[in-house]
Design a protein around this ligand. Structure first.
Ligand code: SF4
Length: 418
């Protein structure tokens, strides 16, 4: 690795987007959100002006915020924006809140207005932690009524002046304090499924859908975690698995396979060796495994006319044998024998009219942060629409689901008995 390169300026060294904490700066136009972003990162990254509505699209800035680590700040358009385009920008701000881990509600010298109180209500309903930042303290300190509102409602708050750079370190401390502990606690991808120093084996098919010259992010993250845990990690294509297993004196502690070849891999791996898939690991790491497993059981109850929503967290070139658009629909039609239709959505889009779907099948969401994936799961639960993910659904369709989730359930049971 080359030395001396600033990771903030070299995208290749940035922590993957889905592993960064997302912090949204929201508030009315001209409350000083852009100035606050510049204050927090110590650079002029957002355009600051006295003209209302200067920030039209969200500005994202990656930053290392100690002690919590890699974050992305999102400077958003004002929540009181007007006009047709303004409405769309307000919606974009609400979308940013939907995927934020924490928000900063920036208030100017006018104090709390009805727009701000509405944001407080919306963020409370989303269970999104937030800090109220009374900006422009050099012009006016917060009104007594506003401070009482914060105290009565137990809302963390701070006074700063972004233009004068007053309060930077105190605000950073508050962000670290109010970032949810469940997000800052170190989560395992697979490390709790094998002893430190063990041998694990990854099965990675190199087919037309595999990106040229690299592995995909879930595979990279599993391998990096293995190195962090002093594990010996071997990577093979499914065509070499049998040969490799026959050559080993001791079996691997765990085999992690790409879900698309799981049927073949399961037939080659003795039942005594724990086996799972990358997507199953990510169903747990990025969200919650249990609803994903019960969601997959919906595949047993499809009828003619059932509609399935396929969600992919990132956009990519559609291949001839694309997993979400071709392989999964074909497998599901074959498995159910029913006339099932499919819609596909990519990126941060998630439909308002979820109820029209019998089932949502999500990708591994390696590009999402955990908060966004958990919000999607909770939204599906609230609307009574089952959700599963690619790996869990494929394992169900291939008849190996109990075996594939077995290692994760065993680890969970051990944790509960401690
Ligand atoms: S489609 Fe989903 S799992 Fe696949 S690379 Fe994109 S975000 Fe990751």
């Amino acid at each position: 690795m080359c030395q001396g390169v600033n990771p903030e300026t070299n995208p290749a060294q940035l922590t993957p987007r889905g592993m960064r904490y997302q912090i949204a700066l929201v508030g009315r136009r001209n409350a000083g959100k852009s100035s606050l972003l510049n204050m927090l990162v110590g650079q002029q990254v957002a355009i600051v002006s006295d003209v209302k509505g200067t920030t039209t699209d969200a500005v994202a800035k990656a930053y290392e915020l100690q002690p919590i680590g890699a974050v992305t700040f999102f400077d958003t358009a004002g929540i009181d924006d007007v006009g047709m385009l303004g409405k769309q920008r307000v919606q974009a701000t609400r979308n940013a809140l939907y995927r934020a881990d924490l928000a900063l509600l920036v208030i100017d010298e006018q104090g709390l207005t009805e727009h701000d109180i509405q944001l407080v209500d919306e963020m409370t309903a989303l269970k999104l932690p937030f800090v109220i930042v009374f900006n422009k303290m050099d012009k006016r300190m917060p009104a007594t009524d506003d401070l009482s509102f914060c105290q009565l409602n137990n809302l963390p708050h701070i006074s700063v002046s972004a233009s004068k750079r007053y309060g930077t370190s105190q605000l950073k401390q508050l962000i670290a304090e109010y970032m949810p502990a469940e997000l800052t606690a170190k989560a395992n991808i697979a490390a709790d499924l094998y002893p430190n120093g063990a041998h694990i084996l990854c099965v990675v098919p190199i087919d037309t859908a595999a990106p040229t010259g690299r592995l995909i992010l879930p595979q990279v993250q599993v391998l990096r975690e293995a190195l962090d845990n002093n594990a010996i990690a071997t990577v093979v294509k499914e065509s070499q698995l049998q040969q490799l297993l026959a050559s080993l004196v001791n079996p691997p502690a765990l085999i992690i396979s790409d879900a698309q070849v799981i049927k073949q891999v399961a037939s080659l791996v003795p039942e005594s060796i724990p086996l799972t898939t990358f997507s199953t690991l990510f169903a747990r790491f990025k969200g919650d495994l249990s609803p994903m497993v019960s969601g997959a059981n919906t595949l047993d109850n499809l009828t003619d006319g059932s509609k399935i929503l396929i969600c992919e967290a990132c956009s990519h070139n559609v291949q001839e044998d694309d997993i979400g658009r071709v392989k999964l629909p074909n497998w599901i039609r074959k498995y159910s024998g029913k006339d099932v239709s499919f819609d596909v959505l990519s990126g941060h889009d998630f439909p308002e009219d979820l109820e029209q779907y019998t089932l949502v099948i999500h990708c591994g969401a390696c590009m999402f942060n955990r908060t966004e994936m958990l919000r999607r799961i909770r939204e599906c639960e609230r609307r009574n629409v089952p959700i599963t993910n690619y790996g869990v659904a494929i394992s169900k369709l291939q008849g190996v689901l109990p075996r594939i989730v077995g290692p994760l359930l065993t680890a969970n049971a051990k944790l509960c008995s401690q």
